[in-house]
Design a protein around this ligand. Sequence first.
Ligand SMILES: CC(C)(COP(=O)(O)OP(=O)(O)OC[C@H]1O[C@@H](n2cnc3c(N)ncnc32)[C@H](O)[C@@H]1OP(=O)(O)O)[C@@H](O)C(=O)NCCC(=O)NCCS
Length: 570
Amino acid sequence: MAILIDETKRVLVQGMTGREGLARTRLMREYGTQVVAGVTPGKGGQSVLGVPVFNTPAEAVAQLGEMDISVLFVPALGVKDAAIAAIEAGIKLTVLVADRVPVWDAMEIAAAAKLNHARFLGPNTLGVLSPGKAVVGMIGGRAESAKQWFKPGLPAGVGVISRSGGMASSTGYYLGQAGVRISTIVHLGGDAVLGIRIPDAALMFEADPLTEAIVIFGEIGSSQEEELAGLIRDRKVTKPVIAYIGGKAAREGTRFSHAGAMIENGRGTHAGKVKALRDAGATVVDAFGELPEAVVERLKRMKGQSLMSETDKNALWNSAVTRIEPNKVAVRGYDIADLMGRVSFGSAVYLILKGELPTAAIGKLMDAVLVASIDHGATPPSALAARTVASTGASLNAAVAAGILSINQHHGGAIEDCARQLKRIADRCATDRVSMDEAAACELAAMKEAGDRMPGFGHRYHTKDPRTARLFALAAEAGVEGVHMQAARAVEKWFAAAKKPLPINVDGAIGAILADVGMDSAALNGMFMIARTPGLLAHAIEEQSREKPMRRIDPVHHGYDGPAPRTMTS
Ligand SMILES: CC(C)(COP(=O)(O)OP(=O)(O)OC[C@H]1O[C@@H](n2cnc3c(N)ncnc32)[C@H](O)[C@@H]1OP(=O)(O)O)[C@@H](O)C(=O)NCCC(=O)NCCS
């Protein structure tokens, strides 16, 4: 199904004889829209592309019967009279394409719509398109391209709500490229006074049985996204919401392209919208490019959930990690035999922790993170603990467990702590609307005053950790660059300016990268445990096979007699 428009809706085109009206009538009909009549005052009796033209909407309705939608290709100053005429003729949805419609006129249209229990979309809207069914307005341009770009929801699809016209089409296009089907794309218009707003469109998608999730292209200004968050919190919108909010860089009082996209008195900020939606449970991506993948992931997860058997539904408790059936093991829905030999260990770790497989580049980055922490010689507390316990004659599992138990705040734990501090800096940058450098300076000064150290920076042994540059290079290759990494650079700059050579260390780099990859902070130190386990195992085995039991292990004065430095052949 779809919302607002489909092939059964009878459409009137006001301003059909004008330049845009004529061109769009042709395209709308080519796409499948049922255009039944046109209206241009003084041109009644003509016909355009075989469609009869009337002087008023009332005349058209009187002659041809009820119409569902009127789309107006009427210039701004004529919109108020034209829209009110359509509303008073009993047409329940008017689509106002023109830009620069006076705000007072939009308010008068709103009053007339309310009185007549009608709705309007816009002003300044590209309209609405239900793939494979019909379009009113200008979304998608040529009918052929629109047919190719937007994949119809057969049977179900996602609903797209956009506050930007160009991005309405782009969102639909990129979702189509990612294989996502669409029920309807609706562009709300960028003006300050609008007919259908995000909460209204979201409720329509919620009621549409074949819309399975809602995708939002939001932007700063107004309270539309915050109101949607309220609907999600109140369980009035229960379908998954995946959103991107534009205008992150905008400053208060500056109009961000659209009249309605302006932060006023601290209202309508990017950070406020992101927080409200995330707190309510919506997925909000940081970059527009991440939106299609986030939608794909969410849909996959939903479909996985809908595969619950009656036994699962009636179970005392459920786990979403791995399903075990006779002769079958499926990790996060993927058959383990299919994963084996096809995904790297890093990708599998990402899958089991985040629930979805990473892209190839992120998988490579995950592997690099794990390799980076595999071992750091015999001096770190975890290696010493594993060796000490192994030397007592304890079992291998006890020795390795001792090593793992020594991973804490001051050893390995810097990953999580660093990610948390970087997030504080990034949050301050967003909420105080200051630069990242300024936010880092404030946070670091406060930490210094409190006698706290910035975790993840500096190393007691390395002045230039060989692992960090490589990790950041791989992160760049994978296109990972988020607020945590930006905050990390700001911290390094601050230390450099304070003449303190405290470059980011491997823990800090891993913390920043994993946080920007979207890894849950609760899993960050766990990544270090996973990575370090082989090293601990090697130390415990070597201790038991090579050294005398109960020896006194000197933590510093030991040599190395393994292979000489060598390079990999490929
Ligand atoms: C609405 C808009 C497209 C019209 O542009 P246009 O087609 O070039 O304008 P024209 O003057 O050729 O056509 C307007 C027609 O409306 C007709 N018209 C005027 N008042 C009317 C009314 N009350 N009822 C019906 N038709 C009316 C005019 O008579 C004219 O038809 P005609 O040429 O046969 O006389 C243009 O004004 C506009 O706003 N463009 C920007 C739209 C946009 O980009 N919106 C989305 C942004 S994301």
